[in-house]
Design a protein around this ligand. Sequence first.
Ligand code: HEM
Length: 148
Amino acid sequence: MKRLKPVLLNVLMVSALPFLLTACQSTPVKEDALYVQLGQNEGIKKLVEDFINELLIDKRIQHHFEEAELDRFHDKLVEQICELAGGPCKYSGKAMKKLHSDFEINEAQFNALVEALMLSMDNNKISVGAQNQLLALLVPMRKDIVND
Ligand code: HEM
């Protein structure tokens, strides 16, 4: 086979560069995405950390988390919230229904978890608008989580 001339090779490489670069970038995050309003990855990490601490002191639900792998719970929840909020993440955790079927979770306990989240969002100075958006994304999961 004939070898490509160096000049032609350069032209081919330069013209392919923008495509290669685009392929490596993740979809850009919209400026007004909930992800941005939550403080991006750092903000979500801090929120989830505080939220887990709230769960652990809430007498209505703390027993559920006694044997939980808290580091994993933290990381998967950060991923999940980041993805739901339009951030550049992909949830890689277990399916909600199957995971929570290992626990008996009633309506009041679900509400207690939502209260803990609201308190943590307040403490993290998240705007009411952003709080409502996040709750609207999470509350529909109730049907996969409440089983008692
Ligand atoms: C919208 C509400 C909820 C969301 C989005 C949610 C999300 C998650 C996620 C992402 C994980 C980690 C998944 C993984 O390890 O792959 C998890 C674990 C867990 N969730 Fe939920 N959850 C919700 C409600 C609840 C409620 C109401 C309870 C109990 C009161 C609960 C109890 C647990 C426990 C105990 C684990 C840890 C399981 C383990 O490490 O063995 N969750 N949840």
